[in-house]
Every structure is written in C-alpha cells, then in structure tokens.
Write a protein that binds this ligand. Structure first.
Ligand code: NAP
Length: 312
C-alpha cells in the first residue's frame, strides 16, 4: 500500500466533455500515464479544434440514454470521469434553454450513473461551489450539506451531484471554481480580448471571492484520485489563497504586459448580471491534503504557464 492508497495504474477510463476545457487536459493526462483513454463529446471528431491524445474518440451525446447505455456498456471502463456539462451560466437562466440545461447536467449525469452502477465502475463527477448559497465568508467544506443554489446552472449541477451520491458508492464528487483551460471561454480570455480591443480601463468586481483552477493542474490531481479508492466529496482549486476577480484581472494584465487599469467595484456598483453570482466561492481544500493528495501549484504560477500555453 502506497501513500496514495491502493494504486490502480493500468485502467480503461472514459472521459466525457473532452472538447471542453477540463476534459481535454484529463484525457491527455491519462494518455501520458499509459492508461487506455477513451474520449467522448457531443461533437464529431473532425469538428474538434484541439485534438487530445486519446486512445480512441467516440461521439457521444450524454442526453441520449439508449446510446449512453450501449456505448458505455460495451466499453466497460474501469472509471468514468464526467466533465461534460452545460457551462454557460447566464444562458442557463433563459427559460427557452432551461429544459436542455437540465437534460444535460442532471439527466445526462443520471444516464451515465445508471450504466456505471450496472458495470460497477468508479465515477468522478465535477461540480461547483454554485451548489451553495454563496453567502458569508466561511470557506465551503466538502461535506457541507446546506445546499442552496442561487442560479439555474447551480441547481442542475446539484441535481447531477445527487444522482451520483444517491445511486453509487464508488464515487468522487470534486467541486472546483473559476476554471481556465485551453479550450473554450474563460475569464482570462475575456480580459485579454478586452485589452486587445483597446480598453484601457475596466471595472471588475472585488467582492466576489474565490480561487482560480487551471485545468492542466487539476487533471493531474483527478487522475491521481481515480487511481485510488479514496471516494467521497472533495474541493480542488489552485493554491495561493482567496482572491477577488479584480485581483485576478490585475495579475492577468500584469503578467500579459497589458496596460489596463482595473477599477475595483462592488457587485452592486457593477450592475445587474443575468444569473446571480456567489460572493463566497471559497473552497476549503484541507481534505485533499489530509487524504494524501498533492495540492495544485499557486494560481499565479498556473496563470504564467497558461499564458504561455495559449500563446503557442
Ligand atoms: N468553467 C467553470 O468556470 C467551471 C466552474 C466550476 C465547475 N465547472 C464544471 O467543470 C466541468 C468542466 O467544465 P469546463 O469549463 O471544462 O466545460 P466546457 O469547456 O464548457 O466543456 C464542456 C463540454 O461538454 C460538452 N457537452 C455539452 N453538452 C453535451 C452533451 N449533451 N453530451 C456530450 N457533451 C456535451 C460541451 O460541448 P459544447 O461546447 O459543444 O456544448 C463541451 O465540449 C463541468 O462539469 C462544469 O460544470 C466549471
């Protein structure tokens, strides 16, 4: 027995959402370690912009219950790492989108969970601090149960969590926040694009507090986790303390060498956003360390590496 528990270093792992930010890095990390890495996403393989180093790619819409059962049932992975989701938080508030948001985040997860139970495989679900009410200053603990999502995205991610925890025993639920990766939209790309459009001054909120998560760093941890049987709830972000979006923006412009002044404003001063955003996105990560997992690097270091990655 190693420090990581019973290590499983030769697995067949199916990953959903590999065209997105996190799934892309997870599948690369699995392949790097020699696991059989099966990547899936809703898009056809020839539509993908950045192709990861999967062993095999399968187009799979997780809302298609029969096909999920057929594909996953045939592959019989040892582990499923479920990264696919509807992640457009404001778009999720649109009444026209709500049925699809639920279909993907709640029912899609349930479809995968049902097969995972049948084939008895490990299941890792990625979730968010949005399952809580976002109030106060106390960091959220992985085993807190006072769920109170404040927006529809959070509500459906919680439904996904509950589908996992109510039906499976061999599950990991990992809550993350403020994600950035190569594929897709994120705060860093938005800030850089505003700078490139010529903005010299920007208002950024300084009363919403959390810590960024670089998908490249998180992928290493997630693969470490599924190689063990240390199941349960966990919180993961980069290290470096709790910061505001304004702190993050200032560091982005500093590291990217962009001459943009950040004006710190409150959420109220900034004005109405479509979906309600949490003030408190502090995630307590001490359980990670206590369980013997290596924490992620400092977020400033992660930002430095990310800026290099996207400039290639
Ligand atoms: N982004 C954040 O700040 C954040 C924060 C906390 C937690 N999380 C969670 O972290 C996980 C990964 O997030 P991410 O930022 O990597 O997401 P992402 O970049 O939006 O990637 C999600 C992927 O899932 C795909 N997808 C959507 N509907 C699907 C379906 N029906 N079947 C199969 N694939 C489908 C998306 O395709 P399309 O793009 O074509 O729709 C996309 O490629 C998610 O569970 C998310 O809820 C994210």
């Amino acid at each position: 027995m190693s420090r990581m528990g019973r290590l499983n270093i030769d697995m067949k792992v199916l990953v959903t959402g590999v065209a997105g930010q996190l799934g892309y890095d997870v599948i690369n990390e699995l392949a790097k370690r020699g696991h059989e890495a099966i990547g899936t996403d809703i898009r056809k393989e020839d539509e993908l912009i950045n192709k990861a180093k999967w062993t095999r790619y399968i187009q799979l819409d997780i809302t298609d219950k029969a096909r999920v059962k057929e594909v996953v049932g045939q592959i019989k992975p040892d582990t499923i790492i479920h990264c696919a989701a509807w992640t457009n938080v404001d778009g999720a508030e649109d009444e026209n989108n709500k049925p699809l948001v639920k279909k993907i985040n709640a029912d899609g997860t349930d479809n995968l969970v049902k097969v995972a139970k049948q084939i008895d495989c490990k299941f890792l679900y990625i979730s968010t601090d949005y399952v809580f009410d976002g109030e106060g200053t106390r960091p959220w603990q992985p085993d807190d149960k006072n769920y109170a999502p404040q927006n529809y995205y959070g509500e459906t991610k919680l439904q996904g969590e509950l589908a996992v925890s109510s039906q499976l025993e061999k599950f990991f639920i990992v809550r993350i926040a403020w994600v950035f990766g190569l594929n897709g939209k994120n705060f860093i790309k938005t800030m850089l694009s505003l700078a490139d459009k010529g903005y010299k001054e920007l208002k950024v909120v300084n009363d919403q507090i959390g810590t960024p998560t670089y998908t490249y760093d998180l992928a290493r941890l997630l693969v470490d986790m599924v190689q063990t049987d240390k199941y349960g709830y966990c919180h993961a972000t980069n290290e470096g303390g709790y910061i505001s979006w304004a702190d993050f923006a200032e560091e982005i412009f500093k590291q990217a060498g962009k001459d943009v002044i950040v004006h710190r404003v409150t959420t109220a001063e900034y004005g109405v956003s479509i979906a309600k955003r949490p003030f408190n996105s502090r995630l307590d990560k001490s359980k990670l360390i206590e369980s013997g997992f290596k924490p992620l690097p400092d977020w400033k270091d992660a930002l430095r590496r990310y800026l290099k990655e996207i400039s290639r």
